[in-house]
Design a protein around this ligand. Structure first.
Ligand code: F6R
Length: 357
């Protein structure tokens, strides 16, 4: 076994390498998911919110990604309205009084998200603020809008499970998603069991997240997500960026079969340095699963290392949660292997500080 494998299995590696306690925050994934679900269940929404026919999730970074995961899940749900994620200033022109707008910002201070609120009020959209405080909570409360409180217990990206639980509960409570309490609970139990298998206390030989981090080390990760796992690929990318301080890219199948694969078949000198992760749900249509196999064949022909992940959850939600938690842990273990403290995000903080000046 290599020296670094021994290191990841040693508690001191985690104590020293993770002074901000990212490992504990990731371990709370299942608890946060349930807390978000419960918090949104306790919200009292005006009856008129049931009249919404479209949904817009407005947020940035760690506060936006729950919207993407929900959008992937709802895309194939016949009860669901169209759900769009908006990562920009202002609001799309189509947002009106029939739109449910979820303004999501853990800190409550993100300027892009804040810029949408007056427009949403002007257009009489049905707004819910999902926030831990700041100007968003203040303005939403002053406008008499429902505020779903987010615990400020860690960096926003660690609150993804909370935001996802809250969003799903909100949508199912409004009759916009087929998901019910039992379906949610089964998926939550699945991810809680998985957390125990990926925990730092589980040795590398039995821990698939540690093993994958070792395989990925020193390489450029490219995540291919498909179907309900398309946005999970984006989450992996973000977590590899922010926790592991690594560049990373996310692609989607089948779209990648119409462009990106040509780049993989070329002679670029860095091709051999890629590490591809294929996220394929078992619930995906057969043609999409075939495309994942064809991608794997192509990578093998090109001698590009890859790893295929097919979550075993049994339902689309369980698949999404499983693949997301795995990615969170891989990014954490990769950070430690590379001597990076997973918590700080200096580059993001510097840009925010410069924008304030
Ligand atoms: C930090 C993170 C960032 C923030 C983003 C928006 O952990 O993941 O992507 O989520 O800068 O800030 P908030 O979430 O406070 O609106």
């Amino acid at each position: 076994m290599s020296k670094s494998a021994l290191d990841l299995d040693h508690p001191r590696t985690h104590e020293r390498g993770d002074p901000g306690g990212m490992r504990e925050r990731i371990a709370h994934f299942p608890t946060l998911l349930q807390k978000g679900w419960d918090a949104a269940g306790a919200l009292r929404l005006p009856a008129s919110y049931r009249e919404a026919t479209t949904v817009l999730c407005h947020g940035m970074g760690g506060s936006a990604i729950a919207g993407d995961l929900a959008a992937d899940l709802l895309r194939y749900d016949s009860k669901a309205p169209p759900l769009t994620v908006h990562r920009d200033y202002g609001l799309p022109a189509w947002v009106d009084e029939r739109t449910l707008v979820i303004a999501s910002s853990a800190s409550g201070g993100t300027e892009e998200t804040l810029s949408g609120l007056p427009l949403a009020l002007e257009r009489r959209a049905k707004v819910v603020a999902l926030t831990g405080g700041g100007a968003l909570a203040e303005k939403a409360t002053a406008a008499g809008l429902p505020v779903c409180p987010v615990p400020l217990s860690g960096p926003p990206r660690t609150l993804l499970p909370y935001a996802l639980g809250a969003l799903l509960r909100l949508l199912s409570g409004l009759g916009m998603a087929a998901l019910d309490e039992a379906g949610f609970r089964a998926a939550a139990q699945h991810v809680a069991a998985l957390q125990k298998r990926l925990d730092p206390s589980i040795g590398t030989a039995q821990n698939s997240a540690k093993a994958l981090a070792h395989a990925m080390r020193g390489r450029l990760p490219v995540i291919y997500g498909s179907h309900v796992l398309a946005a999970v690929g984006r989450r992996w990318k973000g977590q590899l960026n922010e926790n592991a301080k690594s560049p990373a890219f996310a692609e989607e199948l089948p779209e990648a079969h119409h462009n990106s694969v040509v780049g993989l078949g070329g002679t670029h000198p860095e091709l051999q340095r890629l590490f591809v992760v294929l996220l394929t749900p078992r619930s995906a249509p057969e043609r999409l699963r075939l495309r994942a196999l064809l991608t794997a064949d192509m990578l093998a022909e090109q001698s590009i290392p890859y790893h295929s992940i097919e979550p075993s959850g049994g339902t689309p939600l369980a698949e999404v949660l499983e693949a997301t938690l795995l990615g969170d842990y891989v990014s954490y273990y990769l950070a430690l292997l590379d001597g990076q403290d997973p918590t700080p995000i200096t580059a993001i903080d510097r840009i925010k500080a410069r924008l304030v000046k």
